[in-house]
Design a protein around this ligand. Sequence first.
Ligand code: ADP
Ligand code: MG
Length: 715
Amino acid sequence: MLTLATPLAQIRGIGPSVLSKLKNLEIFTVGDLLWHFPFRYEDFSKVYNIAELEPGQQATIKGIVENVSVRRAWQRKMYVTEAIISDDTGSIRAVWFNQPYLKNILVTGRHANFAGKVSFSDDQEIYLSHPTFEMIQNEEEGTRHTGRLVPIYPETRGVTSKMLRTYIQQILLGLKRPAEWIPEDILETLSLPEIKSALQGAHFPEHIDDAYLAKRRFAFEDLFLLQIWNLSQKLKLAEQKAPALATDIEWLKSNLTELPFELTQTQKRSLWEIVKDIGEERPMNRLLQGDVGSGKTVIAALSALIAHKNGYVTAFMAPTEVLAKQHFETLKKLFKNVDHADQPAVALLTGSEAKIFYENDLESDTTKSALTQKIKKGEVGIVIGTHALISEKTSASFGGKGLGLVIIDEQHRFGVKQRAKLADPKRGFIPHFLSMSATPIPRTVMLTIFGDLDVSVISELPAGRKKIITEIVPPEKRPSTYKLIREKIKEGRQAFVVCPRIDPSEEEPAAAREKTRKKIELKSVKEEYEKLSKTIFPDLKVAMLHGQMKPKEKEQIMKDFHSGKTQILVSTSVIEVGVDVPNAAIMMIEGSDRFGLAQLYQLRGRIGRGEHESFCLLLTDSENEETHARLKAITEAQNGFELAERDLQLRGPGQFMGEEQTGFPDIAMQSLQNVELVKSSREAAAKVLTADRSLATHPLLAEKLDEFIKKIHAE
Ligand code: ADP
Ligand code: MG
């Protein structure tokens, strides 16, 4: 009997040329082929008597071949094969072009099924045009191309759906039932088919519902494995020890009243969730989500204050030096009114700067080595830097009671390995972990891909923020956009110009492709920089920024923009991450239809951060109504999460997650759109792990999980 591991070379009828074509699709074994699923089904399930046929029907007939002939059509090289097929009720003509060899297959007197469209000829006669057929030798064997729902597979050169059907049907007949690795009670609760009937249902469904159920099972498989992985990571982390950081609520409240503003509802809730987490000896692993400017940094800073009050140091990391410096400034301001006895000394330690801010409101420059000494001696409560801050053996060099809290800005996940680096072997604990992200992530993605994290969401902006005026701009209004930029710069503001690509020659990124494949010109940073600096704004200071530049170069350009030295920054979407230039009040996005909604939303978050009225101009040459509707959603959006959900539904998760997540199987990505299934998979994973954390009673599941983890490179 065949197993999933049987090489296809051993299957009768699959020759070397087909094998090599399948290899290109990474299909080597029976299992690989069975997991090559049809993407749709043609419904030839209804079998008609020839006498009842009507033009336009998709029909199957069961008949006998009466007569076959091949002739040349008047177009010289064209062969026409004609067969007369009859059953008890009548006869009909079937026609194929350019397949003269059919004469050798369709032998007079043989029984065959024909499936195809019933057409109407010029001389008022019905006939079958290019029907699929299969010779019937043995009624028992069942049909694969006719008289049923017929699977249609993704098209590949030299491997037709008809061939795949033949191979797969043959394989399914000889396949030993594969071992079921999903626990039976879970299949039962969720009414999912077991593995062999799911395979049968996916390829040769009796009824379309069989296909749906099969699809559901296979989608569930990946989600389930992902959830088990996430939950087991979570459980593993929970076994480790972190210092319990207690919060005196009265003390916290009195410090909150010293803030220059009142926290929003969701800021309060998030802070409370953090307070509860870090109060435990189990390490916190929490993601704080919220739009740019929603006040995440403030909440992170308050958490650091609590750690300090408990005698522990906080490391606060940003993706760039500029952002690290910004956080340093924010924290300085924030802690101004904190009771001096509780005020942490805040240090900035980056490649180019070493600064410290003490409780006596004095800020001083220092050297790196001096600062490192101070940190070691426990004289610093919060160390702010880039991700390099804790790259090597640093954990042991934190003074006081040690590193108690790590905060990371704009990075979602902190791997188990990275975390292990932070373990303090002498003290025997690892720090609590808080990450912050302004990327709006849809709920289902959050629950799956980032399912190992706990999440707090700040869903409102502080009151009194200026609304950003957002407009969709067609090509003919481009000049007025330039005029507006000039006006605003005259008033002292700065502007971003965002382009979808770096080089004119660069391939259009797959993630930005649109359904309507009209060829339109895509603006590039380099060209636009040339044009704006030389022709449009020769009198203004224009700079460019993109991902091909060296980090040092980028830092310098950001610094110059930050300080106001440059007025217009032409860039790719690299400015998405954490840039805070309150004076930038205008953003022009070229080819805006090329960006995802969530991404546009985030880009726009770079403006409207100061007290100035801000403008976001979405340029597009698209005349597609759908595109306009999509862009319009931005102008109306209340928050980024709404848009992220919408993006996920409209563009699919592949688009949404971008290239780096391609390790995920397609089917799992698609199933992210299925909220209900995501929930079920999470519950099922919890059920299994609660009963048996090591999966000792589920060896097949454990094995499958290992394979899956390797496949998605989760480790
Ligand atoms: P994020 O980190 O989410 O981008 P920040 O914490 O940097 O946001 O806050 C952005 C700005 O808003 C800062 O100047 C901060 O002082 C201010 N801010 C934060 N929370 C509030 C609030 N509840 N009310 C008013 N202003 C706030
Ligand atoms: Mg921020």
